[in-house]
Design a protein around this ligand. Structure first.
Ligand code: UD1
Length: 439
């Protein structure tokens, strides 16, 4: 097991290249199932643990995947199993994204129920209702969802609240259904439009006719998947927050500035100077004094829940008082207790956190609890006095490509080192339980 060791206090300077989007890569890899081609290809695939997990899942159902230079080649013509086993789904809920494609292409899928996760219960009822409306017969058996259909038929699906992966599963299933489907109250996240673009380039007929309405005219067959994955807007936002918290000056390359609007607006409100250099690059200069700003998470184009923890670290060293409201997940404040150990003044109650900025965080040992919480602890460590150690950083590897290397290239004093080996069987067991629960 590894931990991150950071010596705080260095303003970040230089250029950082943002990787391909995790949340776009996962549905795109799942979508490859529907193409039945030996030469599907994806470019700009990030090297992340979650991506490795979905690749492992595709291989376990018979696909062949290889890396060839900057492209990942996926042969899905040899799929011969239709099951996502518990061992994989429990480590990554997004494994549920194979449900729609398997059902669309093979009319059958058996996918383990993901169970709860560190940030909330996160049910998949919307996914299942959408697939049932498209004609799937869905049963539960021994913790697995079993979905079968003689054929899928176009339907009107209306989500009670927008769900990102729910919308993706519904789009993928409807793509090969007979007739027209309409998805209302669809999620508006750019990763969904990246998926739509890739599917349409491969022969699908999908249009976002209004911001929250997507119309899919089913096609009999798709051709070949070939797509360059969009940049990771959450990784970009995290480096912007890192630049702001250290009062540094950083140029981000390989971004899509349009996707970052709500994050840019909040950071500017907090006093950062941001210059869009081109559609794919921007410069951010941290403020001398970080102003407090209230933050309230919302579905896109609102402020992303996946940036809430990182902004809380920034607000922890702001000049005043602010309220951070988490509206998407019910248990997404686990970083609060850890940030307080550094000296942050934060009180959380229900889905609110009140943050009173301080000018002094002092480095200590902390424990990461989920992906974005881990990033917030690293950001706080970058500005804390002395040494900060963050353990359980396997969470970070799920969603940040070579974070310590990218931060070090910007001048941060940071390294990934071996953590002490647990000293007895109980500790080993605890580590294993936590590793699974929080992945
Ligand atoms: C996706 C993102 C995740 C991000 C989240 C919200 C991926 C792989 N993950 O997760 O990084 O934090 O969007 O932007 O893209 N809900 C239900 N029933 C369902 C589905 C969702 O009640 O069947 C609820 C959830 O509990 C949550 C809300 O809907 O409160 C939105 O969740 P959703 O958009 O589905 O999140 P994910 O797609 O799992």
């Amino acid at each position: 097991m590894k931990k991150m060791v950071i010596e705080g206090g260095v303003p970040l300077r230089g250029e950082v290249a943002i990787s391909g989007s995790k949340n776009a890569a996962l549905p795109l890899l799942a979508a490859a199932i529907m193409f039945d081609d030996s030469n599907n290809e994806l470019f700009n695939v990030p090297d992340l643990k979650d991506v490795a997990t979905i690749r492992q899942l595709l291989v376990s159902i018979g696909a062949e995947i290889k890396d060839e230079g900057d492209r990942v080649v996926i042969n899905t013509s040899c799929i011969n199993k239709y099951e996502a086993p518990y061992d994989l789904v429990k480590t990554m809920r997004a494994s549920v994204l194979v449900l729609g494609p398997l059902l669309a292409k093979y009319k059958r899928a058996r996918v383990s129920l993901p169970g709860g996760c560190a940030i909330g219960a996160r049910p998949i009822d919307f996914h299942l209702k959408a697939l049932a409306l498209l004609g799937a017969d869905i049963t539960m058996d021994h913790g697995y969802v079993e979905a079968t259909a003689e054929k899928l038929k176009g339907a009107e699906i209306s989500f009670p609240i927008p769900s990102v992966t729910g919308t993706e599963n519904a789009i993928m299933a409807a793509t090969l259904a007979e007739g027209t489907s309409i998805i209302k109250n669809a999620a508006r996240e750019p990763e969904i439009d990246d998926l739509i673009l890739a599917l349409c380039n491969g022969g699908a007929n999908i249009k976002r006719v209004e911001p929250s309405t997507i119309v899919i005219k089913g096609v009999k067959k798709l051709n070949r998947l070939s797509h360059f994955i969009m940049p990771d807007r959450i990784e970009a936002g995290t480096y912007m927050a890192a630049s702001a918290i250290t009062k540094g000056e950083v140029v981000l390359k390989n971004i899509n500035a349009v996707h970052l609007r709500s994050v840019i607006d909040k950071l500017e409100e907090a006093g950062a100077k941001i210059r869009i250099i081109s559609p794919s690059s921007l410069m951010i200069k941290g403020p001398k004094v970080i102003r407090s700003v209230d933050i309230s998470t919302a579905p896109f184009p609102g402020f992303p829940t996946d940036m809430q923890a990182q902004m809380m670290a920034l607000m922890a060293v702001s000049s005043g008082l602010c309220v951070i409201t988490e509206n998407i997940f019910e248990n997404r404040f686990m970083h609060v207790a850890e940030l307080r150990r550094l000296g942050a003044n934060i009180k959380a109650c229900n889905n609110f956190a009140i943050v009173k900025g301080t000018d002094h965080l002092s480095g200590t040992e902390m424990m990461a609890t989920d992906l974005r919480a881990s990033a917030s602890l690293i950001l706080a460590g970058l500005v804390a006095h002395g040494i900060t150690e963050v353990s359980r950083i396997y969470h970070l590897d799920r969603g940040y490509e070579a974070m310590e290397k990218k931060l070090a290239s910007l001048g941060a004093i940071i390294s990934k080192v071996d953590a002490a080996t647990p000293s007895n069987d109980n500790e080993v067991a605890n580590e294993n339980i936590l590793a699974e629960k929080y992945m």
